[in-house]
Write a protein that binds this ligand. Sequence first.
Ligand code: ATP
Length: 448
Amino acid sequence: MDELVALCKRRGFIFQSNEIYGGLQGLYDYGPLGVELKNNLKQAWWKDLVFDRDDVEGLDASILTKPDVLKFSGHEDTFTDPLVDCKDCNSRWRADQLKSNKCPSCGSKNLTDPRPFNLMFKTSVGPVEDNNSFAYLRPETAQNIFTNFKNVIDSTSKQLPFGIAQIGKAFRNEITPRNFVFRVREFEQMELEFFVTPGTDDQWHETWVNSRLNWWDQQGVSKDNLELYRVPENELAHYSKATVDIMYKFPHGLEELEGIANRTDFDLGSHSKNQADLNLQSNVLENNESNARLAVQDPETKKWIVPYVIEPSAGVDRGVLAVLNEAYNVEELSDGKTRTVLNLKPHLAPIKAAVIPLKKNNSELVNIASNIKKDLQRLRLGRILLENSGNIGKSYRRHDEIGTPLCITVDFETLEDNSITIRDRDTMQQKRIAISELSKFLEDLIIN
Ligand code: ATP
């Protein structure tokens, strides 16, 4: 983990947030390369779940959330962790994560009894701060998918089964943020709520678990390092009938990368008015004052059905950490030296290709390199960089370390025959091809 954290800082993937003022625990910022990697991972998710399907629609809803939503979702009552304080060193820990009831910081057993600590951040909305003016920063993106259920159905005429996908920030006041971006207080989630007819939910649950496992594998997170954990009944969240966690071997241990829950009709039922005539399967909260009936009408029987929902919920930041960890390699070379390389899948690489003129500031070479950059950039495959450093060896090393799959060198032969040298990041093999062949070559590399 330390090597990965050092690389992230050195090369501009991830920085500690508010660093120049001493930092703020549990918050990180994504730098020039990190933002590209993160966007590419999100895009790959969106492509797989929205663009490649016709039964999923997208959404981008607000972060500030009315307390009623999180009251009826059950979060106000249940979204808590048991907290203990060490009376000797004043540090604070999650009770369920303490080993043998000792303070992990000073080893003291002089701890307070566990007490519930609500993980939701509050803020006030509008100019007057009082008990009625507060809102929560959402602790998961899911709830405004449920509150928008009717809007999406009415505007798209979707029939069951169908899903709503959203990527966005979520906030949890974690007691002990740790392990780099694994457990943070501000993070991003990629969540799909997939609505199905009750009775078909178990089958859909399995389908989504397999689909998500394959997707992570396609992002370079090998199935060999992933495990499924079927959450036992006594550990299930309040809304869940069954949950399968996709666990990844992070550098600090095997932990959750994504959770896939069968949330039943709990959420739509909880946010609906007139619950009595909805024939709900699960025990939802009563006295709801919402003005919507979040249900669909069976076209034949005309009965209202509250769909069950399967929720694959993945953390973007944990995803970035897993992808980086899988890609990070230090290789022994034949000359006894080592090279650090990020073997990222090309579609995730922050920079798709670096175009390098052999001689710095040679206007003829730089002009050709600059035109190649512009042409390749037009393909909209991601960022293409003109690397005018004049030091080929150094450029190769830097681009290996940041995962650029292709380096393109423009040299004096180029002036004669319009050919360039391309170098493959993984094999380090070089070959010459015509400039006219480059677009197709890059497209094949990034898209396939
Ligand atoms: P954990 O048990 O690790 O606290 P969780 O079960 O509470 O996680 P979920 O509520 O299922 O997590 O959230 C879905 C996903 O959101 C998780 O699989 C994870 O990838 C991500 N996530 C949750 N909490 C955090 C956090 N504090 N920092 C980064 N990512 C998080």
